[in-house]
Design a binder for this molecule. Structure first.
Ligand code: GLN
Length: 286
């Protein structure tokens, strides 16, 4: 087999990534080569015998080298698909996870239950905008206030809002949680707050080190932001309004307790991800 065909380059790169212990070696190699060739991943299979130019091979090898340094694929290509939409991402934002689609989808379903015309949503820690932008994209009668403590993250969120034509229904605020929203009332408050406990960090994939720590660290027990959000949320929720938050794999019980102890919520729901893990808690205001 020739050294510079698509087939050969893919198998060489896969081998290298595999040797380095990278999980989805073949998939990563395909995504990166498709990126270099500006084509779809599946198109590679139609052209396996195609000979690559030296320039294409050099670019591909450079990307594989960075992947070997554990830079996530999404940061190398600058994109990540979420809810069927291709979001721009940079190392200033957390890479949207498939699990988080449970939050976006669940909120979309429950938004249809309101019988009011114009709904108002707040997203605390908007990051790339994946949650908020996809909700607005799929539900037309919603406007949103997006908050993030990171100015650079807000720039990405705004870019994505423009990309998917929902920027006219979205406002962006730099600040900490509810701080810039004082006095406002929302039908829905969503958040995927930082929730990783300090001691848990060392058990995670090396790649997570390349993501913004401010989006991940949830204090000593991982619950710091849930305490703050649950405490303040009732004041910002409309009657029948609800709060929906992503949670870590072992946090369901603790977060449910925080909500029940608060006393201002009438009931809650737990939404599971595809792996059956309790991934989202939604709580309705009393
Ligand atoms: N789901 C992320 C992870 O563990 C954490 C996201 C968060 O802290 N909100 O990879």
């Amino acid at each position: 087999m020739k050294e510079n065909t698509i087939a050969k380059q893919l198998s060489l790169a896969t081998e290298k990534l595999n040797e380095a212990g990278i999980e989805n070696a073949r998939l990563d190699a395909e995504v990166l080569l498709a990126y270099v060739l500006n084509t779809r991943r599946l198109a590679l299979y139609v052209h396996v015998a195609k000979v690559l130019t030296d320039e294409q091979i050099t670019r591909f090898h450079n990307l594989i080298k960075r992947r070997l340094e554990r830079v996530p694929v999404a940061y190398l290509t600058g994109h990540k698909e979420f809810m069927g939409l291709n979001f721009a991402v940079t190392p200033d934002v957390l890479i949207p996870r498939p699990d988080t689609e449970v939050l976006a989808q669940g909120v979309i379903e429950h938004l249809h239950e309101f019988n009011r015309e114009n709904l108002k949503l707040a997203d605390l820690g908007v990051g790339s905008g994946a949650i908020c932008v996809s909700i607005l994209k799929f539900v037309e009668n919603v406007t949103a206030d997006a908050v993030d403590i990171s100015k650079k993250a807000l720039e990405i969120a705004e870019f994505n809002a423009e990309k998917f034509n929902v920027d006219d229904r979205m406002d962006f605020y730099e600040g900490n949680l509810f701080e810039p929203l004082e006095g406002n009332i929302y039908d829905v408050i969503v958040s995927n707050p930082p929730y990783i406990a300090a001691a848990e960090f060392k058990n995670l994939q090396v790649e997570i080190e390349t993501e913004p720590h401010v989006a991940l660290h949830g204090g000593a027990d991982g619950l710091k932001f849930y305490r703050k959000i649950i405490e303040a949320a009732p004041k910002f929720l409309a009657d029948d309004g609800f709060l929906a938050m992503e949670i870590g794999f072992n946090q369901s019980e603790s977060v449910q307790k925080l909500i029940n102890d608060n006393g201002n919520f009438k009931y809650l729901q737990v939404w599971k991800d595809l792996a059956g893990i309790e991934r989202v808690i939604a709580a309705w205001k009393k």
